[in-house]
Design a binder for this molecule. Structure first.
Ligand SMILES: [Zn+2]
Ligand SMILES: [Zn+2]
Length: 126
């Protein structure tokens, strides 16, 4: 896949992730940067910034800065590629829900074979 925006050349992006990276770098008018308040380091990646902030004692606070993108090329009518994130988070959420359901099932089964609540209170209540 090559970027259809005029002026981007014929660079072919074999993976959607690469193309998304190119899009964020060249076709988003403002870049989001995350700055560390303790030492004034600046990160493009929010996770990296958070990891960095934890190295400070006490943990540093982060400031999100928006800067005009100096590499910006107007994409015109070209529609931005859609990241596949939404789908994978949905799958993860489903997986987590299934795991939780399994976890919740267990104690119910054990309770059925164990001493029930009323009997417990009778045994230990007096
Ligand atoms: Zn492009
Ligand atoms: Zn820092």
């Amino acid at each position: 896949m090559a970027c259809p925006v005029p002026g981007c050349g014929q660079t072919v992006y074999p993976r959607l992730g690469r193309y998304l990276g190119h899009w964020t770098l060249y076709h988003v008018p403002r870049t989001t940067l995350v700055g560390c308040d303790a030492c004034r380091m600046v990160f493009r990646n929010r996770n990296k910034a958070q990891l960095h902030a934890r190295r400070h004692v006490p943990e540093a606070s982060l400031t999100i800065k928006k800067r005009p993108n100096d590499k910006f090329r107007d994409p015109g009518d070209v529609i931005p590629p859609r990241p596949p994130i939404a789908r994978s988070t949905q799958i993860q959420a489903e997986r987590r829900a299934a795991q939780e359901a399994r976890r919740r099932q267990k104690p119910v089964l054990e309770d059925r074979h164990g001493i029930d609540r009323e009997q417990m209170e009778y045994l230990f209540g007096h």
